[in-house]
Design a protein around this ligand. Structure first.
Ligand code: BG6
Length: 487
């Protein structure tokens, strides 16, 4: 999937950004909107920021400029003044009428009444989301609109169901875009291209050839500024039930009949339906030493800042193939990999000391980093006398692609898709509800959190969880620099 066509969102738009002065908005959404504008993908648009801060347009523009400078380093040039003239602000305290007036003003500037499409982006904490939804209803702004909902979408099955039910009182399902930014990553979409556009891999993409799969997303960052949010969330709800499971679905699903929202959504839900409920004895929860000292964290907090677990998909393609998932904060390295380990062949024919199998099975690895990469590792003969084997690899880095400068950052891609009404990379209500249903045993009976030190790979119990296999990270060999000719 390449960059979308320029004319795609041709209808004039008013984007209302709730939580416009918050962390996500500053780091990703405002810089992302600027980039879309610079790329010519955001013509005829006005952006209204809203939040609990009582600031005016000028102050909001200053916040946006600082955010863009910090994030992209180019807030001051690249058509900044034009972009700034598209921005305005209305404090949430002005209520439904204040918001309705602000939107009406922008729509008048853009086109005749009734022609402007509205995009409401709710970058607000889950407990504030429904209040915003009802304010939109009261302001008459649900019409001609689409709404982007941030995760976590509920905190368990019951809350997700009631959130969906209440949301549906105001918005029809086709107006709702539940965002999971991992699916907007170029590398995640490339999983679909890689699997379904080639004849080589799909025939071996199953339990007959694959031994196990790892989806590993360690992070080095801590929770200093987000402790309050984390106290009611934790690693499982923040990362696994959202990003890791969505990526798992791309990795595990059957070929959809078309790369379109309906068929992709259906195949993803089928994966979730075939997944076995999460077994708490197959999960390791961890908390980094020092987390309880953060402001806003309970002295006896049981919140997971780390989780590793095994899941199984009981269908014809995957029965018996374990999927190991891991993510956590303050770990040794930051990475986002999917690693597929192939079954090992008989080795008897190789002479003693050849080294066959010594460095683990052959692997296909997807690195979902912003500069994404892919690698296929295999054993090959070391040049010289005798039969000694080394683990070799074929690697591809996205920046080797001549179009790599066209990459849209995940949020940019998804905002643009939502403006065009394209649901392909968004999650569905039934998919999310099914994931909460699967999570119930773990949520009601979680294993105790185990302490782990900053800069480690999590509590020691992660090794028992995966034994006799081993975690792929840290890598034994580093990724190759494409400019370097050595192996
Ligand atoms: C967010 C989580 O959704 O994803 C964060 O709330 C996490 O806790 C982040 O750090 C990771 O996203 P990325 O794109 O930086 O890998």
């Amino acid at each position: 999937m390449s960059r979308p066509e320029k004319s795609a969102s041709s209808r004039p738009h008013v984007v209302v950004l709730f939580g416009a002065t918050g962390d996500l908005s500053r780091r990703k959404l405002l810089p992302g909107l600027l980039h879309l504008f610079q790329a010519g993908l955001l013509d005829d648009t006005r952006i209204i920021g809203s939040s609990l801060d009582e600031i005016d347009d000028e102050k909001f523009v200053a916040i946006a400029r600082e955010a863009c400078e910090q994030s992209r380093g180019d807030g001051a040039d690249g058509r900044w003044d034009e972009f700034a003239s598209m921005l305005s602000f209305v404090p949430q305290q002005k209520g439904a009428q204040g918001l309705a007036d602000a939107v009406a003003r922008c729509e008048k500037e853009l086109a005749g009444e009734g022609e402007v499409q509205r995009l409401h982006y709710l970058s607000v904490p889950p407990k504030a989301a429904l209040a915003v939804v009802h304010m939109l209803e009261e302001a008459g702004l649900a019409e001609r609109s689409r709404i982007v909902m941030e995760k976590p979408f509920g905190t368990d099955l019951e809350s997700a169901r009631s959130l969906n039910a209440e949301l549906h009182e105001v918005f029809a399902e086709e107006q709702i875009f539940r965002i999971d930014h991992f699916l907007g990553k170029e590398a995640a979409q490339n999983i679909l291209a890689f699997r379904f556009a080639n004849g080589l891999f799909e025939p071996i993409w199953n339990r007959n050839f694959i031994d196990h799969v790892q989806i590993d997303v360690p992070e080095t960052l801590g929770l200093e500024t987000r402790a309050e949010f984390y106290e009611s969330t934790g690693a499982y709800k923040d990362m696994v039930v959202t990003h890791l499971f969505q990526v798992l679905a791309f990795m595990a699903m059957e070929p959809p009949t078309a790369l379109a929202p309906g068929p992709i959504g259906e195949e993803k839900v089928k994966v979730f339906r075939s997944m076995k409920t999460i077994d708490p004895s197959q999960a390791v929860r961890g908390q980094y030493v020092g987390y309880r000292e953060l402001d806003g964290v309970d002295d006896e907090s049981d919140v997971d800042t780390f989780i590793a677990l095994q899941v199984e998909i009981d269908n014809w393609r995957w029965a018996g193939v374990p999927f190991y998932l891991r993510t956590g904060k303050k770990l040794a390295e930051g990475a986002r990999i999917i690693s597929i380990a192939f079954k090992e062949p008989p080795r008897h024919m190789f002479p003693q000391g050849s080294g066959v199998g010594l460095q683990g099975p052959d692997h296909l690895t997807f690195d979902l980093a912003d500069q994404s990469r892919m690698s296929l590792s295999f054993y090959g003969k070391r040049p010289g006398p005798g039969m000694k084997l080394d683990k070799l690899s074929m690697q591809f880095a996205m920046h080797e692609n001549k179009n790599s400068d066209q990459v849209l950052e995940a949020y940019e891609r998804l905002i643009h898709d939502a403006m065009r009404g394209d649901h392909t990379l968004f999650t569905t209500a039934d998919g999310i509800e099914r994931l909460w249903e699967l999570s119930e045993p773990l949520l009601t009976d979680p294993p105790p959190v185990r302490a782990y030190g900053e800069g480690t790979w999590g509590p020691n119990a992660i090794h028992q969880l995966i034994a006799p296999r081993a975690w792929r990270l840290p890598f034994e060999r580093s990724w190759r620099d494409p400019n370097d000719s050595g192996v």
